[in-house]
Design a protein around this ligand. Structure first.
Ligand SMILES: *Cc1c(COP(=O)(O)O)cnc(C)c1O
Length: 354
């Protein structure tokens, strides 16, 4: 049965999977909610988004996504506060970035109202799926793919925009040991590194597997030209603390403009932490590790907020980082999650009610 909610068509699932889910033991992104949002681009226009039961999608074997990888995605979360109210964190930034990615991959841009009205309606339908346990949230995966047919290497004439959701438990990354990459690259000047394009991640898997075989968890990407500057940590932005200064690389063709990254910079500046946005050389990080001025390194992204790095490897040597009480990583994570879960004042206007 179809109803209209906020002017969006909603077809309810006839049964719910929610009682089969153990909300106390959720792993990341592996159980999906009962519904999804679907919006088709046909005849030169994005049609009205619809909430439908979660289901497989059917595509022609010649659909361009399969051959030319025209696909992009976003990653965001919905948070439930103590009173049961649901919040998003800077969702308009995700919409803007989705369209930046779309433009780079020659995918038609999606109107803001399709994204926001579709997303909030889906979340209202799925509100029982948004966990309230401490640290839990609903991970939201908006994505677009080229569904149009044809073996010709050119942009498709049809696309799908879909939002799928997965309830997720508190994300503890544990002690992360990373390898500074000297051969492979994630992104290059003039390339698609700044876009959340599916193929960027496929290209990371093999070098990451090699690092895992050597006993590391993740790769620190360096610039493609010289491999002398550190750029990102896996699929996260990277921060380095030398003495009491927090440093991150400037966004570019190669470094993705992370919402967590820019939120951290704003909070740090507001909290009186010295920040620098500049290129970070591998040699300075190694020297700082040797002389004891390297205090912290951490990845920053929506899934984990911050992911502290315990050690890094470079040219067959491992360097340990100190364990700090009251690290910048833990202070910044607390600040951001307090805003996300509506536990603190929202000084920067980042919270968005659903
Ligand atoms: C998504 C992503 C990030 C983090 O972005 P957030 O908006 O903070 O989640 C950083 N680097 C890469 C390569 C990413 O794909």
């Amino acid at each position: 049965m179809e109803t209209m909610v906020n002017n969006i068509s909603v077809e309810k699932a006839t049964t719910s999977k929610i009682n089969e889910v153990d909300f106390d033991n959720l792993s990341f992104g592996s159980v999906y909610t009962d519904h999804m949002l679907v919006c088709d681009y046909v005849n030169g226009a994005w049609q009205s988004p619809k909430v439908v039961p979660y289901q497989p999608i059917s595509l022609d074997p010649s659909a361009k996504i399969f051959h030319y990888g025209q696909s992009i995605f976003e990653g965001m979360k919905a948070y439930k506060d103590e009173s049961g109210k649901t919040w998003l964190f800077r969702p308009l930034e995700n919409h803007k970035r989705l369209n930046k990615s779309a433009q780079r991959l020659a995918i038609p841009e999606l109107p803001e109202s399709h994204f926001m009205d579709g997303l909030t309606t889906l979340l209202q339908v799925e509100q029982d799926w948004i966990p309230q346990n401490p640290g839990s949230s609903l991970y939201i995966r908006p994505f677009m793919l080229a569904s149009g047919k044809g073996f010709h290497a050119s942009p498709a004439d049809e696309y799908k925009f879909i939002i799928a959701c997965a309830p997720s438990g508190a994300y503890f990354s544990g002690k992360v040991k990373v390898l500074i990459e000297e051969k492979y690259s994630r992104a290059a000047n003039g390339g698609v590194g700044y876009a959340k394009a599916g193929g960027n991640y496929a290209g990371q898997f093999y070098p990451t597997q090699l690092a895992i075989e050597k006993g590391y968890h993740q790769v620190i990407w360096t610039d493609d030209n010289t491999h002398e500057y550190i750029e990102e940590a896996g699929a996260m932005n990277i921060f380095v603390r030398i003495n009491d200064t927090l440093i991150t690389g400037p966004t570019s063709d190669r470094i993705l403009d992370g919402i967590t990254r820019k939120s951290i910079l704003q909070i740090a500046e507001n909290q009186g932490i010295a920040t620098e946005v500049r290129k970070i050389s591998v040699s300075e990080v190694v020297a700082a590790a040797k002389n004891g001025s390297l205090k912290e390194m951490f990845g920053a992204g929506t899934a984990a907020v911050v992911s502290p790095i315990a050690a890094f490897g470079y040219k067959d040597t491992d360097y340990e980082l100190p364990e700090l009480e009251n690290s910048y990583a833990s202070q910044l994570k607390k600040y951001i999650t307090d805003v996300q879960y509506n536990r603190s004042e929202d000084k920067f206007g980042w919270r968005y009610p659903v």
